[in-house]
Design a protein around this ligand. Structure first.
Ligand code: COA
Length: 149
């Protein structure tokens, strides 16, 4: 399909949550609707969906078939929650998505993009490797600042 990328709109919420669920990205400790609300409050223009163009496949025009969040913290760019509808995986949409994020981040002066891959999702490393992403000599650490229940 020819991807049509556009910023997330509030009425995409349920479609995006369903897409993330279908792609295995939901975790009990991350409320996706709360994550969406937080992202909409910070650089919402870097929260994109891919809408079907209706020309190919079974998805009706306008159907959300991909989603992802990017952000630039002034030092690094980040991409989270990248998902392509299972029936369209392998069609080049993920590559196009990352190219769009890289373009938007580079336009802001972002010098480098990082992604984090969860333990258990190592099969996706081949996707990032094919896009030129290499392991950093770093260990990812985290600390909660808000006790999300
Ligand atoms: C990861 C994901 C977004 C990739 O999207 P996609 O549309 O399937 O990827 P593409 O078709 O654009 O593939 C781009 C390239 O990566 C390669 N690739 C894709 N998945 C791969 C894998 N698991 N292993 C090795 N290579 C892979 C493709 O062969 C293609 O290479 P080519 O262009 O040289 O032929 C999609 O598979 C997905 O939504 N996965 C589930 C959610 C997920 O894990 N998200 C990432 C969280 S870090």
């Amino acid at each position: 399909m020819a991807p049509v990328f556009r910023p997330f709109r509030h009425d995409d919420t349920e479609a995006v949550v369903a897409l993330w669920g279908a792609c295995g990205l939901l975790r009990p400790w991350n409320d996706p609707r709360r994550d969406i609300a937080r992202k909409v409050a910070e650089q919402p223009e870097l929260f994109l969906v891919a809408a079907a163009d209706g020309a190919q496949g079974s998805a009706a025009a306008g159907t959300v078939v991909g989603a992802g969040m990017a952000g630039y913290d002034g030092h690094r760019g980040w991409v989270n929650y990248l998902a392509v509808a299972p029936e369209l995986q392998g069609s080049g949409l993920g590559r196009a998505f990352m190219a769009e994020f890289e373009r938007l981040l580079a336009d802001r002066g972002c010098p480098k993009v990082n992604v984090q891959v969860r333990e258990g999702n190592e099969q996706v490393l081949g996707f990032y490797a094919s896009l030129g992403y290499a392991p950093d000599r770093a260990v990812s650490l985290g600390k909660s600042l808000i006790a999300d229940d």
